[in-house]
Design a protein around this ligand. Structure first.
Ligand code: KG4
Ligand code: ZN
Length: 353
């Protein structure tokens, strides 16, 4: 089965085609970063308008690259789109285009969960993880740990009580005068920082539990900046280094606890912050220490993309799950509200993933 995936939940317009037998055939991501940079964050109305401008040209390009399906007149056998969580106006653009195409082609459509897409994105890799595993989802809007026993079977072990990890990166980057979106810029600056010059707390690691809290860390940075006075470039790098170390250490400690609590032999890291090099390295070190396999999607499939949406669509549509003609866009939608498809899903093992 060949599935078209469309992602427009925030500030990336993305389209992909995934084939169960042949793997990912084509994918494209157009980032709106330049559009929102002047405002220091995503402007929802501008995001929706830009999705409406860019989606059809990207779609044409991706479908041309994927080539004809050879089965029936439609280029794909099903369409999946991100139904939430995200910016409602932005989501509606992808949903309307996806549902209309499916109607025109006479194929089924399914609205899928953005975070479930992130969570299962490692299944795009050549040596995918097997269930059960512990998943750490670290994005701009979410930070959570889940025990994953199958598609749609997610037990939330812990989540952020306030800011998500990516949000903390972005807000701290702003304090350091870095451009939006701050996470990757802060990470780049941190590489030039010296260890131990500043030290920030590892929130909620001094007590049992798997929840996170990152907003106090941002306040600790504000206080450090205030006490220090004007910062030169080296001092800014030192602050960035200490902040990144605090977030990464905290995530590593909690993942280790979650692995012990569930006795799982695999840890999956997904979401935009999963692209962070220090996080990737430190998690691999921890995994080696406790004898656990640590799996990441490629960095380009950690941040928002449609390959994960097309794959997730394939997993659910291939066992007959579909939506009716109505479209649904949900700003808020908990992973815990998802359920597994009625028929058990076989994870595709394409020849060329
Ligand atoms: O998953 P994603 O692309 O979008 C959401 O669903 O939120 O995650 C975006 C988040 C942003 O907060 C961004 O700053 C952060 O991921 N991010 C990073 C890095 N790359 C992206 N944070 C730290 N280090 C990075 N290298
Ligand atoms: Zn995302």
């Amino acid at each position: 089965m060949r599935v078209l995936g469309i992602e427009t939940s925030c500030d990336e317009t993305a389209v992909a085609v995934y084939d169960g037998a042949r793997g990912l055939l084509a994918h494209e991501v157009y980032s709106q970063i330049a559009l929102h940079a002047a405002y220091g964050g995503v402007v929802p109305e501008l995001a929706s308008r830009d999705h409406a401008r860019k989606l059809l040209p990207i779609l044409k390009k991706v479908l041309a690259e994927a080539g004809p399906s050879g089965i029936g007149p439609a280029p794909v056998q099903a369409v999946a789109y991100t139904s939430g969580p995200g910016l409602v106006g932005a989501l509606l653009v992808g949903a309307a285009v996806a549902r209309s195409l499916a109607y025109g082609w006479g194929v089924p459509a399914l609205g899928v969960h953005h975070m479930e897409g992130h969570l299962l994105a490692p299944l795009l890799e050549p040596d995918p993880p097997r269930f059960p595993f512990v998943a750490l989802l670290v994005s701009g809007g979410h930070t959570l740990l889940a025990h994953v026993t199958g598609v749609g079977r997610y037990q939330i072990l812990g989540s952020s009580l306030d800011d998500a990890a990516g949000e903390a990166f972005d807000k701290t980057a702003k304090l350091l005068g870095l451009a939006y979106p701050g996470g990757p810029h802060l990470a780049a600056l941190a590489e030039r920082g010296r260890p131990g010059v500043f030290r920030f707390p590892r929130p909620l690691t001094d007590r049992p539990g798997l929840d996170f809290s990152f907003s106090g860390l941002k306040t600790a940075v504000v206080v450090a900046l205030r006490n220090h006075g004007p910062l030169d470039e080296q001092a800014r790098a030192d602050v960035a280094h200490a902040f990144e170390a605090a977030v990464v250490d905290t995530l590593v400690i909690k993942c280790r606890r979650a692995l012990e609590a569930t006795d799982c032999g695999t840890l999956v890291i997904a979401g935009g912050v999963g692209a962070n090099r220090r996080l990737r390295a430190d998690m691999l070190t921890m995994g080696a220490q406790v004898g656990v396999r640590v799996v990441y999607p490629r960095p380009q499939f950690c941040t928002d993309n449609a390959a994960m949406i097309a794959l997730l669509g394939h997993l659910r549509l291939s066992v007959g799950q579909t939506d009716g003609l109505a479209i649904r866009s949900r700003a808020r939608w908990s992973l815990a509200d998802l359920s597994p498809p009625e028929t058990s899903v076989t994870i595709p093992r394409p020849a060329h993933p």
